[in-house]
Write a protein that binds this ligand. Sequence first.
Ligand SMILES: [Zn+2]
Length: 171
Amino acid sequence: MEEVIRFIQDFTAQEYEVMIQIRTEPDTRLVEKNLDALNQFFQGLHSGLNVSSSRTLEERDTVQKQLQPRVLFQIEQYAHPILGTIYRIYLSSPFYGSRSYFTNFYIANTEKGLKIISRYNICNNCHGQGSQAGSLCNECHGFGWNWRGGQQLQSLGTLVAVRHFEHPADR
Ligand SMILES: [Zn+2]
């Protein structure tokens, strides 16, 4: 658990810095290098960030105020029948002021160490509840989260441990 906490803290710090650099750093090669390092946190999917060749640079002060390192709410550890130990990470969005669940990353111990193997975002239709007005949500089919890259997980296995960090503002 301690290793995965460090991993996700390193990830959120790196993602924040790269998101700022994409909009502010004139040295494109440096930005690409740091984006590549960010993508190394993933296996089978990417950060979703890109460096446009025609980007317009902005002031760092301005950009910093629009972004934040994602807030870490909770980590759940599961014993998955095929993947072994997997971790479900509850994070906010990287946009300033976000204090509610936005992304779930699933992390597994791969041959190359800990990697984010899939991304789900909270279902906007049912706000993660899985149901609406008493019937199953037809967007997420009751899961509350929608797949957004990497491995699709049908079941998570047995819940082994839960660690709470920040509390989401809307729950
Ligand atoms: Zn839904």
